[in-house]
Design a protein around this ligand. Structure first.
Ligand SMILES: [Zn+2]
Length: 166
């Protein structure tokens, strides 16, 4: 399979591999950002188990901001050294036609996942790790310029964004 064919690999009904590998940061630096077979399989599982079911519940297009990141791209975007993006297990996405907080609460209530993070009110990070799923739910914020993760605990109820409580 050549590179252009593999980039068009269909991962699920509405998701293609190139949505998860195209990166402005990679283009800017000239990095290839190509997933290997294992990464691609992880991305497929993320689609089949989380993103595709979400796509069907909301019936709206989901835009992937960042999916797979090779080592160099992860460094360039300031990702954590152990980011699940490096393994193709995580994606950052937005849904332009819906309130992002509502989308977050749908994932929280209706789907299984490893980590679900509402990132600065701007995008949603979600990961899938199969049997090792932790079902961690977090909200990230900037406090005095530093990123702070607030972990939400207890029974998984919709997050009340007005109250800041779960
Ligand atoms: Zn992310």
């Amino acid at each position: 399979m050549n590179a252009s064919t593999s980039l068009n690999t269909k991962l699920s009904i509405n998701f293609f591999l190139n949505e998860f590998t195209i990166s402005q940061e990679a283009e800017r630096h000239g990095y290839k950002n190509e997933s290997n077979e294992k990464h691609t399989e992880n991305l497929r599982l993320l689609c089949v188990n989380v993103l595709q079911p979400l796509r069907e519940i909301i019936n709206m297009p989901i835009f992937i901001n960042s999916g797979f990141r090779c080592f160099d791209v992860n460094v360039a975007v300031g990702g954590r050294f152990n980011s699940q993006h490096l393994e193709g297990k995580a994606a950052d996405f937005v849904v332009h036609s819906m309130n992002l907080a509502d989308v977050f609460n749908i994932v929280l209530q209706k789907l299984s996942f490893d980590q679900l993070i509402y990132e600065f009110g701007k995008w949603i990070h979600v990961s899938w790790n199969g049997e090792l799923n932790r079902k961690d739910v977090m909200i990230s914020k900037k406090v005095h310029g530093k990123t702070v993760y607030e972990k939400l605990k207890g029974e998984l109820r919709p997050f009340d964004f007005a109250q800041g409580k779960i």
